[in-house]
Design a protein around this ligand. Structure first.
Ligand code: DGL
Length: 271
């Protein structure tokens, strides 16, 4: 098997995997959630890079020719170094892609006011990766980032429907909009946040568009594979998915089943 590897610190990447599988069910997928060490959001650059590289190496060892870092924090803090420094040494014929670039690419067509907000982890906001990518592709867009450090723990602890989620989502969306009232588009810049989509909708004025990354990452991957036939040809196509977690599988399986809409059996690994 030569599956597409999909990596996240925890469950969030499942929101991306769901969209990718919907669009390209023919491929095989190997999902890895580093649940034992989630959340990555508050961790230093060095730790996120170290953990992400360990995951990438493992997914390569398990036969993935292509890996998607379905995690903004890892995409922001580790992707560039892995692509530029590690990949040429490990295996230049393999590929590691992130989720930030495909998201930034589509935003230019969606905002009218040219004022865009980003809600994400502390790590993603501090890295300023969205601002940098936006400046390259859409220099006329003003970007305001809002760190939402409580949102990932709410999702990871199955509290996405709780009053606590209402409190923190309301507070953080208000903080963002107070800083730039002209925002007409908000990027959910963390792959855990689609799980909070209904809450974010409820606390955001109806004229503001919310962008969930999954569908854009999926169509960008489809486009990438059509342009890189050499990579596409190396991927196996039996329509299967396998799930790995660094925590207990008995914790992972019920949440994963909820996010994906079908039963999931996970295997435990150590990185
Ligand atoms: N889901 C990840 C992201 O997109 C990571 C969240 C975390 O582990 O803090 O940023």
């Amino acid at each position: 098997m030569s599956p597409i590897g999909v990596f996240d610190s925890g469950y969030g990447g499942l929101t991306v995997l769901r969209e990718i599988r919907q669009l390209m069910p023919e491929y095989d997928y190997l999902y890895l959630g580093d649940n034992a060490r989630a959340p990555y959001g508050p961790r230093s650059f060095e730790r996120v890079y170290e953990f992400t590289l360990q995951a990438v190496r493992r997914l390569f060892d398990m036969g993935c020719p292509l890996i998607i870092l379905a995690c903004n924090t890892a995409s922001a803090k580790a992707l560039r170094t892995i692509q530029q420094r590690d990949l040429p040494l490990i295996d230049p014929s393999r590929r590691v892609l992130g989720v930030i670039r495909p998201t930034v690419e589509v935003v230019g067509e969606l905002t009218q006011t040219r004022h865009v907000g980003i809600v994400a982890t502390q790590g993603t906001i501090n890295s300023r990766t969205y601002e940098l990518e936006m400046a390259k592709l859409h220099p006329d867009i003003t970007v305001t980032g809002q760190a939402c450090p409580m949102w990932v723990p709410l999702v990871e602890n199955d509290e996405a429907d709780s009053p606590a989620a209402d409190y923190f989502v309301h507070r953080d969306i208000n903080r963002l909009l107070e800083r730039d009232p002209q925002i007409d588009t908000i990027i959910l810049g963390c792959t855990h946040f689609p799980i909070l989509y209904n809450k974010v909708c409820a606390h955001t004025p109806a004229n503001i568009r919310l962008i969930s990354q999954g569908e854009y990452v999926a169509s960008s991957l489809q486009d990438y594979l059509s342009r890189h036939q050499d990579i596409a040809a190396r991927l196996s196509r039996q329509g299967q998915a396998r799930f790995l977690t660094t925590e207990q599988p008995s914790n992972f399986a019920p949440s994963a089943t909820l996010f994906l809409g079908h039963p999931v059996e996970a295997e435990q690994i150590t990185l």
